[in-house]
Write a protein that binds this ligand. Sequence first.
Ligand SMILES: [Zn+2]
Length: 210
Amino acid sequence: VIKIDKSGLYYPNRIAHIYLEAMEEVMGRNGLVAALRMADLAELIDNYPPANLERAFDFADYSALNGALDEIYGPRGGRGLALRAGRASFDRGLKDFGALAGVGSAVFGRLPLGTKLRIGIPAMAKIFSQFSDQYSTVEDMGECYVYHIHKCPVCWGRTSDRPLCFAAVGLLQEGLKWLSGGPEFRVEETSCVAMGDDRCSFQIAKEPVR
Ligand SMILES: [Zn+2]
């Protein structure tokens, strides 16, 4: 069983609710039950947090859930599931958060791709900064964007010799696909707190994958 000291930093219940539903979608109920037991969160079996905005889901619990995927399925299998669950969690509801409302509009849909990214990527970061303790910022590096998560719930309290935050990669990939209207973008985690870096950073290519 994975035990991580509580962080005192929180996601709103709704984000945890969406992520648990997404995990169930990609792993099946039995897989999710095993992951919840492994993460020392058996009390959440068939008892998800309510879908409200109260900041009550500790980053340590979110990290333990992600760690459970690696424990149960191995690093490769866990990585694939975390990517898929991250993508599904965006689809299942993160796109409905306030700051992205305008991004889904018909007017936004007619903007050039570069403009969509320039507006949409910071809008995604703003959602997390506003609704949770996951303070996130975006830097325009010319060739690419870099999305920084300064307090990261995916790897909180875990250590690794390689980046761990695939749930965030999947979420960003699906978010980029949605806000650009279809194309896929390469997203790579280039620094990770679990590796000793001071924040988790994700490089986002400005050109879609061909
Ligand atoms: Zn991280």
